[in-house]
Ligand binder design. Structure first.
Ligand code: ADP
Length: 260
C-alpha cells in the first residue's frame, strides 16, 4: 500500500525466453522481465528484428514463450485451457494493429460492436455503447459505412473504438500509426493518452517513431533479445522526452554506421 493507493498489476512477464525453430539458434528474447500496472503507458522500441512484436505477442498471450511465466491479473496464463485464456484476454486486453484488422464485409458499426456481440450483450446496450464511443472518437458519421468507404484515420479510429468498447484494462498496440499520416497518428495517440489519464487504462505499444513514443511514460529499448535501456519520462515534458528518445535511437543508427 502506498498512502492508501495500491497499484494494480495487469501483466507480469518473468524470465521470458523465445527461440524459434531449432533450439540452438540465437534467442529472440533472452530472459526478459516486465511488469505492466494500471496507469502505465509503456513504449517498446528497438532495431528491426530485435523481438519487439514477439515480446508484445507474448505479453498479450497471443504467442507462447519457449520458457518463462506470463501472468495476467496474477493468473498464470499458460496453465489455462484455451477457452479460459480467450476469456481472460477478452476481458482485459484491447488490441490495435497497424493494418486496422477491420472486417471489410461489415459496416464500421458492426466492426466496433463485435466484442459486445461476442459477449452476448443486449442489442440496445450495444447500440448505445457503439454510438457513445464513435461520438467520442469523432467517427459517428462513418458508422453505417464500410471500411473501404473510410479514410485510413477513420479506419484506425474504428479499430481503436473496437478495442476500447469493452473498457479493457490494457490496450496493446503494434505499430498502430504505421499506416497513418502524422495528423491521424497524433490523434490516435491522444485517444490513448486520454484513456490512460482518465481511466488508468494501461497502454503497451511498439513503435519505431520517436515522436509517437514520446506520448509514453516509459520507454523500453530492446536490443539483442534483452532490455538494453529503460527510460522514465518522469517530470519531463513530452518534447524533452522526445529528445531523449531521439538520443537513444540515434545511438542505434550511429552503431550501424560503425559496422559499415
Ligand atoms: P521486431 O518486431 O523487433 O522487428 P520480431 O519480434 O518481429 O522483431 O522478430 C524477431 C526475430 O524473430 C526476427 O529475427 C524474426 O525473423 C524472428 N521471427 C519472428 N517471428 C517468427 C516466426 N514465426 N518464425 C520464425 N522466426 C520468427
Amino acid at each position: 500500500m502506498n498512502g492508501g493507493f495500491r497499484v494494480k498489476n495487469i501483466i507480469t512477464a518473468k524470465n521470458i525466453i523465445k527461440v524459434y525453430g531449432d533450439k540452438d539458434k540465437a534467442r529472440v528474447l533472452n530472459n526478459v522481465n516486465l511488469e505492466v500496472n494500471e496507469g502505465d503507458f509503456i513504449c517498446i522500441m528497438g532495431p528491426s528484428g530485435s523481438g519487439k512484436s514477439t515480446f508484445l505477442n507474448i505479453l498479450s498471450t497471443v504467442d507462447r514463450p519457449t520458457k518463462g511465466v506470463v501472468k495476467i491479473n496474477n493468473q498464470n496464463v499458460y496453465g489455462m485451457v484455451e477457452l479460459r485464456l480467450g476469456q481472460l484476454r477478452y476481458e482485459n486486453i484491447g488490441f490495435v494493429f497497424q493494418d486496422f484488422n477491420l472486417i471489410d464485409s461489415m459496416t464500421i458499426r458492426e466492426n466496433i460492436s463485435i466484442p459486445l456481440v461476442l459477449a452476448s450483450i443486449k442489442a440496445k446496450e450495444i447500440k448505445e455503447k457503439t454510438d457513445e464511443i464513435a461520438t467520442k472518437l469523432s467517427i459517428f458519421d462513418t458508422l453505417e459505412k464500410f471500411p473501404n468507404e473510410c479514410s485510413g484515420g477513420q479506419k484506425q479510429r474504428a479499430a481503436a473504438a473496437r478495442a476500447l468498447i469493452t473498457n479493457p484494462k490494457i490496450i496493446v498496440a503494434d505499430e498502430p500509426t504505421g499506416s497513418l499520416d502524422t495528423k491521424n497518428s497524433h490523434e490516435l495517440l491522444k485517444i490513448f493518452e486520454e484513456r490512460n489519464k482518465e481511466r488508468g487504462t494501461a497502454i503497451l505499444m511498439v513503435t519505431h517513431d520517436a515522436m509517437i513514443a514520446s506520448y509514453a511514460k516509459k520507454l523500453i529499448f530492446l536490443r539483442d533479445g534483452k532490455i538494453d535501456e529503460q527510460l522514465e519520462r518522469g517530470s519531463l515534458s513530452q518534447k524533452e522526452f522526445f529528445y531523449k528518445i531521439v538520443d537513444i535511437t540515434s545511438k542505434e543508427s550511429q552503431s550501424l554506421f560503425d559496422k559499415m
